[in-house]
Design a protein around this ligand. Sequence first.
Ligand code: NAP
Length: 460
Amino acid sequence: MLRVAVVGSGPSGCYTAQSLVQLDSEVYVDVLDRLPCPYGLVRYGVAPDHEKIKSLQGSLRAVLEHDRVRFLGGVQVGPGGVPAARLRELYHAVVYCVGAATDRHLGIPGEDLPGSWSATEFVSWYSAHPDSPRFAAPSGPGEAAAVDGFLRGARSAVVIGVGNVAVDVARMLARGAAELAPTDMPQAALTALAASGVTDIHVVGRRGPSQARFTTKELRELGTLPGTDVTLDPGELALDPGYTDPAALPAAQRRNVEVLRGWAGTSPAGAPRRIRLRFFLRPVELLAERGRVGAVRFERTVPDGRGGVTGTGRCEDVEAQLVLRSVGYRGVALEGLPFDPDSGTVPNLAGRVLREGVVVPGAYVAGWIKRGPTGVIGTNRPCAKETVLSLLEDAPVLARQDVPGDPLAVLRAEGAEPVEWSGWQAIERAEAELGASLGRGVVKLPDWEALLTAARAATA
Ligand code: NAP
């Protein structure tokens, strides 16, 4: 019998647990998460209007409800919680599936001006992440937009970066109340977005359209948004040789270019909102206006012939009362584990953690902390399986370690108060009740207190 702790209950953690119990009938898995809720970025990253991707929660749920898998939410591993070394004593092996917990920085002047946020902060807010920035509650009907920190007084928004997260946040800014109300987004975010005065959303890439990171399905969806035109600058697009002649591009990029070429050939319908896709503009500074961001200064770039770009010295200022920096996620170093600051990952060999090239016994990684923040949710399945195959190969040695009969009892005795599956189910019920009281479907609880109160009510 092998007891394994999986740290993180997002897709990579769930797929790791699934592979472990599928490939070995003697393995018991505890999936620990810092949050009282499972599913990681599927719950707190996938945009609320992407119901089909969100429905993946159904298959992740089946993993966490497996006989030999236990969900233990609300358990912090590392500083302030269960020390990593202690966790290692309680289990034969620990697999870290903690994702990429922070965002990359631009490193340009004005980046931290009020009104400039990382896209992940914005995503966390509309996804009801309990750590998301809190704003003053509206003091009366119709006041939400005035008091809300993201959208206050904003007419023009700039999204920096052209990946799928950039497309997500642009789409959420463009969606109207009727489209957002059926989602599970928290009521305060719904009220604020529904009252938003943002009419122009500039999504800006530093390289060309054939080098954009968004996927075609997500790009195409921008053209279907009610009340929103997608606009492009044909002269800017034509700077990209891959745009003018897409024949030699890989299929994914060629499909993107075909969608953009289709849009570039049509005139805007005069809709009330516009998503402006811009390219070959490198952010150099965020400019202040009355103590908040007022514009982003970009330098025009041109292709360097090697897939990169060079600056031209010519600048363009784009008005923005809201700036969302969507330039990718970054892994964070974990207590007691080696870390490569350049890639933001834990050095590993097929999932086995390596310290200075030597395997760290019993420590494994899967998902973004293993390979960096790339790929779609399904990419985590083979990634997790590779790690699990390594772990099971090591099982005969790992199994020699003495571990307590039930690590949960030890965790409790040492002060942890895990939210078990019944606690999570109670949160689900509370979210359904909240939604019903608001005349909506399920509505997420947006703060720690509400989540823990609901979970603890189940235990009581
Ligand atoms: P991403 O795909 O890595 O895109 C990051 C973007 O930021 C790129 O356009 C990049 O440009 C740009 N960038 C990086 N540094 C910059 C700088 N200093 N100045 C200006 N631009 C800069 O990251 P992401 O959008 O955060 O997505 C992360 C992962 O999640 C991806 O694998 C994505 O597909 C996935 N995801 C998927 C979905 C979905 O399937 N619906 C939704 C959300 C996220 P360069 O290319 O020039 O570096």
